[in-house]
Every structure is written in structure tokens, then in C-alpha cells.
Design a protein around this ligand. Structure first.
Ligand code: FES
Length: 74
């Protein structure tokens, strides 16, 4: 199922960005080198990114690795 229709990002894609270290919606977009459009996906995307069982998110060391830029973003 698509989470972000504007950028064709499905649950698997958001999960990939999360596995790479994304903890914010903006970091998912950066990971794929795309930009938010309508914003309708933000809530659903953040729900996927949220930690399980109330555990705090791990501290980011500069954001996820952007596979387009080949460097940390965020
Ligand atoms: S659905 Fe994600 S920006 Fe529009």
C-alpha cells in the first residue's frame, strides 16, 4: 500500500528509510531524494517511523544516509 502517493513511497520504502536511520518524515523524503507535496502522508508515515512500545527514538548522528547524495542528511 502506498503511504505517500505523491512520491510513490509504499510501506516497504518507508521501512527501508527507517532501517537506514530515518526517525522523521523529512528524513524519509531526503533518503529518497524527493520532496513532500500535499502532506497527506505525514501522519501515516510518522506512525511507521515511531518507536515501538514507547521506546525513545535512537539519537541520530546527522540523519539517515541519502542514497542519492551518498551522505548523511537531516
Ligand atoms: S501523499 Fe505524501 S506528499 Fe502527498
Amino acid at each position: 500500500m502506498y503511504i505517500c502517493v505523491c512520491n510513490a513511497l509504499n510501506e516497504r520504502a518507508v521501512g527501508e528509510a527507517k532501517a537506514a536511520g530515518a526517525i522523521r518524515v523529512s528524513q524519509v523524503f531526503a533518503y529518497f531524494g524527493v520532496a513532500p507535496q500535499c502532506g497527506r502522508c505525514f501522519e501515516a508515515m510518522q506512525a511507521i517511523l515511531s518507536p515501538v512500545d514507547g521506546e525513545p527514538a535512537e539519537k541520530s548522528d546527522g540523519g539517515p544516509l541519502c542514497r542519492v547524495a551518498g551522505r548523511r542528511v537531516g
